[in-house]
Design a protein around this ligand. Structure first.
Ligand SMILES: C[S@@+](CC[C@H](N)C(=O)[O-])C[C@H]1O[C@@H](n2cnc3c(N)ncnc32)[C@H](O)[C@@H]1O
Length: 322
């Protein structure tokens, strides 16, 4: 829980009713200790967060089940995703609590909420705000799927407005692959249609941590050679070593930029490739991936890109990092 929310509860400014509490999309480092864990259900669709909350003993669901006396929303940064999440929470609770950082747009959400229903309480602290109110009807905020360039996306998924520039650069440089291919961090499946355009591809493992994005990928990629995995790509193990890994790795953990996550994707690619297998990766030019690639692959080449992105191909994985 944020310092604000803890403060609001401990000072009595915010009194929660008896009964079930749902906490929507809390970051794994959030402190929920001011809440009775027996009453709390965490609602999360991001696989590593789900694992982290389960390891701490919480009941974790991917969508709310039934009615809650209180729903607490940890505000995500993407505006459409924030509204959709708040609408989902409001639809299943009596008391709605929204907690967020200034940098994640809490002031904008609070302003928008005031045009619908005035909050009963607001508290500003620690670079953010928390507000609460009897849950209003927010169906107008519920986000639905949309179609961009022939692909279904949903609020909050990576690059929901259309293909990412890096992914476009990767597709331009990608040859027809063959055999068993893995897409690590596949999002809503943009790269996968391109990979499956090669009839030499026998199997494609589509690996994604965000269940909403993976659900979009299932709609976007209907080819029977595709298999879908809701999993942490940094630990994903296919049933056998594979011929190719394709990835546009994430460079954020939660809200903070972190090239270590991208490097963990590269390490895992080296672990799951056959000795003759190849990794195809795109990255922002400023990301320091070549050094890491040189530690886990014998051959690394720059094979394409744009002014903003580089496409790298790596071959001959070294097992020692395994
Ligand atoms: C830069 S996006 C690329 C998405 C897609 N491949 C594309 O090109 O449009 C990176 C993706 O990795 C996912 N991701 C982040 N951390 C992950 C993890 N630990 N395991 C699997 N996927 C993860 C994100 O949800 C996001 O969809």
């Amino acid at each position: 829980m944020s310092a604000r929310l803890t403060h609001a509860l401990e000072t009595g400014a915010l009194a929660l009713p008896e009964g079930r509490i749902s906490v929507f999309a809390p970051a794994p480092d959030m402190d929920l200790s001011a809440l009775d864990p027996e009453r709390v259900e965490v609602i999360s669709r991001f696989y590593p967060d789900v694992e982290a909350w389960q390891a701490r003993g919480y009941r974790v669901l991917q969508a709310p089940e039934g009615h809650y006396q209180t729903a607490i929303v940890a505000l995500p940064r993407a505006k459409d995703a924030a509204r959709a999440l708040i609408a989902q929470a409001a639809a299943c609770c009596d008391l709605l609590v929204v907690d967020g950082q200034k940098t994640d747009g809490i002031a904008t959400i609070l302003k928008a909420m005031k045009t619908i229903a005035p909050p009963e309480g607001t508290l500003a602290k620690a670079h953010g705000k928390v507000f609460w109110l009897a849950a209003p009807d927010l169906t107008a905020w519920a986000g639905g799927p949309r179609t961009v360039d022939g692909f279904v996306t949903r609020p909050g998924v990576f690059s929901a407005d259309g293909p990412d520039k890096g992914s476009l650069a990767l597709v331009d440089a990608l040859p027809d692959l063959s055999g068993h291919v893995v897409d690590l961090g596949a999002g809503w499946g943009f790269l996968d249609r391109r990979i499956l355009a090669s009839d030499k591809v026998m199997t494609l493992d589509i690996v994604e941590a965000d269940l909403t994005a993976l659900d979009c990928a299932r709609e976007n990629v209907t080819d029977p050679r595709a298999r879908f995995h809701w999993a942490d790509a940094t630990r994903f193990k296919p049933d056998t070593l594979v011929d190719a890994v394709v990835t546009n790795p994430p460079f954020h953990v939660g809200r903070a930029g972190d090239p270590a996550l991208g490097r963990a994707f590269l390490d895992q690619a080296a672990r799951i490739l056959k000795p003759g297998g190849q990794l195809w990766v795109v990255a922002n030019r400023h990301l320091p991936y070549e050094d890491r690639l040189a530690e886990v692959f014998r051959d690394v080449d720059k094979v394409g890109g744009t002014p903003g992105f580089k496409v790298l191909k790596a071959a001959k994985p070294m097992r020692s990092k395994g």
